[in-house]
Write a protein that binds this ligand. Structure first.
Ligand code: FAD
Length: 298
């Protein structure tokens, strides 16, 4: 199938892109890497009047580290982030990127495009929620900053209004003594997750603080503080083996899976996947935090 006809504009200034988008009165769509939008257009599931291509806007191509955050502009490709030494400062992002589709898709797809698209089984929204990233949305009234945990409203639904562009995301760089884990189960490598987890562990004064974000099991990524569960699993010799985490995490897994199941997996299968992944990745992240094994920015 071919896309329905649309007008195409490629402004080189952000202010022009915002003006173009406002002019379409909700009938326009931003295109970044096109890896999700192009198939949707081809199937005529979306019929925008105008595509606003943001790829010529120089300021949106910025990938920098400033202070304690990695700043990723709206047209920065996933593959660029994966390869840039700067992203070593955000180990969770590094762990997650290889799971996003295939390398060819990542060399066009953008980090912000994945966030704006808001597929509930996508990896990068889960990373952003786990790290409590800050998103900048720009519209006719200027910029506003939104926490990732408030950005995702549901499947393919976000805080973005039709006249706003997600111009950048800021992810906190890892501090010494933090550990991370990321894993998912999909039917084949490169497919969206049936269930997945992103985790962050800190050990201030030796007592674990842990955050778990589950994805693929609900209509959006869901984040919980699981410090108590991790603390309950730590042995006298300072280990947190995955099998000791299953009990404490069981109720969390029950609560996080919010789906009746589909042709790919039942609710119970997803719950079991989530429980196994959460235990394994929390255990790994705890070990990394304890041993200082995470790569921290130079
Ligand atoms: C075969 C295949 C497999 C894939 N597998 C995975 C996978 O495993 N995991 C995964 O996460 N993704 C996967 N994807 C999705 C894809 O690779 C992208 O990562 C991502 O979802 C879209 O990024 P993009 O830059 O291409 O966005 P686009 O396709 O250009 O846009 C996607 C949507 O977001 C909007 N948008 C984009 N950028 C902005 C912005 N800056 N501001 C406002 N709105 C914006 C667009 O209007 C559109 O609605 C897959 C895609 C394909 C085709």
């Amino acid at each position: 199938m071919k896309a329905a006809p649309f007008a195409y504009v490629r402004p080189s200034r952000l202010s022009d892109a915002i003006a173009e988008l406002a002019e379409t009165r909700g009938g326009g769509k931003v295109i970044a890497g096109g890896q999700s939008l192009a198939p949707v257009l081809a199937m005529r599931l979306a019929r925008p009047d105008t595509l606003i291509d943001i790829n010529s806007i120089e300021e949106l191509g910025v990938l920098t580290r400033s202070g304690s955050a990695l700043h990723i502009g709206a047209v920065v490709r996933q593959r660029r982030v994966e390869r840039d030494p700067l992203s070593g400062s955000v180990p969770l992002l590094r762990l997650a990127l290889p799971w996003v589709g295939h390398r060819e898709l990542r060399s066009r797809g953008t980090v912000c495009g994945s966030l704006a698209h808001a597929d509930p089984a996508a990896e990068l929204p889960a990373v952003a929620c786990c790290l409590d990233a800050e998103l900048t949305l720009t519209g006719p009234n200027g910029h506003r900053r939104v926490s990732a945990r408030e950005f995702f409203h549901g499947a393919m639904t976000t805080e973005l209004t039709p006249d706003e562009i997600l111009t950048s995301v800021r992810l906190p760089v890892a501090a010494a003594g933090e550990g991370f884990g990321f894993a998912e189960i999909a039917r084949r490598h490169g497919d969206f997750a049936l269930a997945g987890v992103a985790v962050r562990v800190r050990l201030p004064a030796g007592r674990p603080e842990a955050t778990l974000t589950a994805f693929g099991v609900s209509d959006r990524p869901v984040t919980r503080d699981v410090s108590e569960q991790l603390a309950a699993a730590v042995t006298d010799s300072g280990e947190a083996p995955a099998d000791r985490l299953k009990g404490p995490l069981s109720a969390v897994a029950d609560e996080l899976v919010d789906t009746d199941g589909d042709i790919h997996a039942s609710r119970d299968y997803r719950r079991r996947l989530l429980l196994a992944l959460a235990g394994r990745e929390l255990s790994k992240a705890y070990e990394r935090a304890r041993d200082g094994a995470e790569e921290v920015a130079t």
